[in-house]
Design a protein. Structure first.
Length: 95
């Protein structure tokens, strides 16, 4: 299994746009083969910080996600409303 965390720092003036984009991304991604979980969370203290938490059956499934039409369409739009560079980590099960 692969776990991804993607921290995004969003312009608070663009919150409605981020909500719409993230809801669409989540809805479409959950229908992809190999997607186990795909959610977004907001930091309790830093209201600009949102973190996508993803679980995938395999690295191959994650790579297919990066090539999906909705990923290529939505992620650049989210990029335009960020106030800082995102932080993405990809994890493999340790044991």
């Amino acid at each position: 299994m692969i776990v991804v965390t993607a921290q995004n720092f969003i312009d608070l003036n663009k919150l409605n746009e981020f909500k719409e984009l993230s809801e669409e991304l989540i809805r479409k991604t959950l229908n992809e083969n190999g997607c186990i979980e795909y959610e977004v969370f907001r930091d309790k203290d830093n209201k600009e910080l949102f973190c996508f938490v993803e679980k995938w059956k395999s690295k191959k499934d994650l790579e297919k996600h990066f090539e999906s039409e909705h990923f290529k369409k939505i992620v650049p739009k989210i990029g335009k409303i960020k106030i800082k560079k995102d932080i993405v980590n990809v994890y493999e099960k340790f044991n």
